[in-house]
Ligand binder design. Structure first.
Ligand code: PMP
Length: 460
């Protein structure tokens, strides 16, 4: 919902507020700040993954229980980061603890399949309506395998992806993930921009990029490349640009157009899977792809990934003509946590609780937006939500580029200083709540947001 009467925000005042909030945060996290110097000696940049290092400084986390986490300085936070959208089960859930504790003394790795893979796959079939599954260790592996499957089954090399979406860090899809405005090219023919140093242009040249929520662009691009495209990757709702939902009819249109052009369709449900609904985006928006890529939520906090596909796509794997492999695939510890997550914790009624919490969040945030005429709106889906600092709806990546990220950075600081941990790089991140969050946890976020809104109103 977009606001109709938006105040202009004084961005110079926002810069001052950012400086004030940074000054307030620093004395609360001296151990994290000092530890970064120690960590930097033998861990590149002092972090295990580049996106763990975010302004104003890296925060090292030591413990989590339920909806809370604690940092190296002993500060307690309600966790809305939830490990980049993984911990919908919450931290140290007793059923996950039990499943892992029972598994460990019986051995944690064989690289031979165990019986747990069957009930996990059966549960995923029910949720996502694709018949055949394989397991891996991350979202990156899931989308990498999906690329391979599509190319093997079609005998074609080109891929279609949406501008501004992230599908993991392998070469085939790390194209036009967050391209700079000066690099993106015309809207009718966006450039395919390598996202990182070290990614050869040759990989980008195999990718055609289209804007989200634009069926004409998709149809035109497929017509221009008729007979050359293996498949299309899409996050059914974009979740790495705040949240950008599919407009009514968009996903149905994508399904119809890809079918008409004989192109496979993969839903990257690494973030939406088991979070926006019990059956992920497939259930929430009622559109059936050929491939579903999963990770994050389904492992209950252990490294995990899964790819589900039609019999046609998996045929070459089953016949042995191509391999989908990995030493740790179907690891028994991961499978034990996954089974507990899928069958004991994230049952259909768990989603009622998530929707209830997100209603508290959305109502509270909306009333603060209205009261202070903030140029922003809030969106929630299942365990996910995001405030988007724009007076008009953001429909695609090019709209998202126009959002001033100083506002979401200030929002991150305000929450962090008041006991709520949001994902770093908050312009592009959503929040994730979990089954162990309470009404009081939701209210704390709302109260902090209301304070932010009043600060911004005073700045306008
Ligand atoms: N796809 C999407 C939509 C993601 O958001 C991510 C990670 N944030 C990935 C794929 C990659 O997953 P992983 O980090 O587990 O490799």
């Amino acid at each position: 919902m977009a606001v109709t009467r938006a105040a202009e925000i004084d961005m110079a005042r926002v810069d001052e507020l950012i400086a004030e909030e940074e000054r307030a945060l620093e004395p609360k996290q001296p151990k994290s700040i000092a530890f970064h110097e120690v960590a930097k000696k033998h861990v590149a940049g002092g972090v295990a993954s580049s996106w763990q290092d975010a302004p104003p400084h890296t925060v090292y986390v030591t413990e989590g229980k339920g909806s809370k986490i604690w940092d190296l300085d002993g500060n307690e936070y309600v966790d809305y980061h939830n490990g980049y959208g993984v911990m919908v089960v919450g931290h140290a859930h007793p059923k996950i603890v039990k499943a892992v504790q029972e598994r460990v003394p019986k051995g944690t790795h064989f690289a031979q399949p165990g019986p747990e893979i069957v009930p996990v796959a059966e549960n995923l079939v029910e949720r996502f309506k694709v018949p055949l599954w394989r397991f891996g260790n991350s979202g990156t592996e899931a989308t990498l395998d999906a690329v391979r499957l599509m190319r093997a089954a079609s005998g074609r090399d080109l891929l279609i992806k949406i501008e501004g979406t992230y599908h993991g860090h392998h070469d085939s899809l790390m194209v036009s993930v967050m391209p700079e405005a000066e690099d993106i090219g015309p809207r009718e023919h966006p450039n395919s921009v390598p996202q990182t140093l070290g990614l050869p242009q040759a990989f980008a040249d195999l990718v055609r990029v289209v804007p989200f929520n634009d069926l004409d662009a998709l149809d035109r691009t497929l017509t221009e490349n008729e007979g050359r495209v293996a498949g299309m990757f899409i996050e059914p709702a974009m979740m790495n640009a705040g949240i950008i939902p599919p407009e009514p009819g968009y996903l149905e249109g994508v399904r119809e157009i890809t079918k008409r052009h004989g192109v496979y369709l993969a839903f990257d449900e690494v973030k939406t899977g088991c979070s926006v609904a019990w059956g992920g985006a497939v259930e929430r928006w009622g559109v059936q792809p050929d491939i579903v890529c999963l990770a994050k939520v389904i492992g209950g906090g252990l490294p995990c990934g899964a790819i589900g596909a039609t019999e046609e796509l998996m045929a070459r794997v089953i016949s042995g003509d191509m391999d989908l492999q990995g030493t740790f695939n179907g690891n028994p510890l991961t499978m034990a946590a996954s089974l507990a997550t899928l069958t004991e914790i994230l049952t259909p009624d768990a989603y009622d609780h998530l929707e209830h919490l997100n209603t508290i969040l959305a109502d509270g945030i909306n009333s603060a937006i209205d009261r202070y005429a903030l140029p922003a709106y809030v969106l929630t889906f299942g365990a996910k939500g995001s405030v988007i600092y724009s007076p008009t709806p953001v429909r695609d990546y090019r709209d998202h580029l126009k959002v001033d990220e100083r506002l979401s950075y200030l929002a991150w600081l305000v929450q962090q200083n008041r006991g709520v941990f949001k994902s770093p790089w908050a312009k592009t991140e959503t929040w994730t709540i979990g089954v162990q969050h309470t009404d009081a946890d939701a209210q704390l976020y709302v109260d902090n947001f209301t304070e932010l809104a009043s600060m911004l109103a005073a700045a306008s």
